[in-house]
Design a protein around this ligand. Sequence first.
Ligand code: KG4
Ligand code: ZN
Length: 336
Amino acid sequence: MLILGLESSCDETSAAVVRMGEGKREILSNIVASQIDIHRLYGGVVPEIASRAHIEAISRITYRALDEAGVTLTDIGAIAVTSHPGLIGALIVGVNFAKSLAFARGIPLVEVNHVKAHVAAAYLEYPSLEPPFTAIVVSGGHTSIYEVNSYTDFSVIGETRDDAAGEAFDKVARVLGMPYPGGAEFNRAAKGGDPSAVELPSPALHGDNLDFSFSGIKTAALNYINSLRQKGEEPDVNNLCASYTNTIVKAIVKKCAGALDKSDTRRLVLAGGVAANSYIREGLSELCKKRGAEFFVPSISLCGDNAAMVAAAGYFEYLDGAFADTSLNASANDNI
Ligand code: KG4
Ligand code: ZN
């Protein structure tokens, strides 16, 4: 069946048409209209501007996705929309648009959790992947480890107690003068640096848990930069990026190792915007090799926010019969 996916939880308006069926996963179109150029002027996402930009883009993007897929609304078997978590004003735009389209055209509607959608990106590229498995979602808003019990049922087994990894990358990148969002440029800068040049506190929380705290490493790096600047010096950007990345990767690998030890599934999925980081991909791939576990990570174009992943997650909600009605609303909260 064909699913129309719609995504507007943060700063990308996206619509996609995906063919899903038993063993069948085909992306017919996946249009992403990024607002990054607008928010870059402010050094971060401005929620009010994001909502307005979604309103301007969503109809155009949806009809482009249908055109590019070579289909019309009459071919669509279900509409899947991200309803939570995210920026509330941004989510409302997608939810309201999806409701209008679904109820005007008599198309079944399903709501999708954005974090579950990041994980579902892996199904698009690995048709053999099936729950149960362990998943880590690393994004601008999340750093959580899950036991994925079924396509729609997740249990949180570890999470950040404060900032997400993406925020921790973006904040330091901004102070280093990199344009928002700095994660990808930070990744490039790390390539020329010494990963042991700057000592930083680990974001892996002590004790028998799978939790993180990124506020300590973020503050330590900001203090390191500021104290050099007070002396009229500049940090070695490559060394700092390499050390910061290395400390984060080690923490992620340590907690994922703990998660694999606690689970007997022997499969790990890495997802979310920060899953584009080459060092995190490498670190977890090596961990899985050492532990004899299978490793799954979507290609970079499917790691960031996009509607194909929403359509994929929505397909499984559809199979569960979890249809939304006209009372569907958006929520900022992450009630997985
Ligand atoms: O999943 P996503 O597109 O949006 C949220 O749901 O939050 O993630 C965006 C985050 C941003 O913080 C961005 O800087 C980060 O992903 N990111 C990266 C890389 N590419 C994107 N972080 C580290 N290394 C990268 N290569
Ligand atoms: Zn996301």
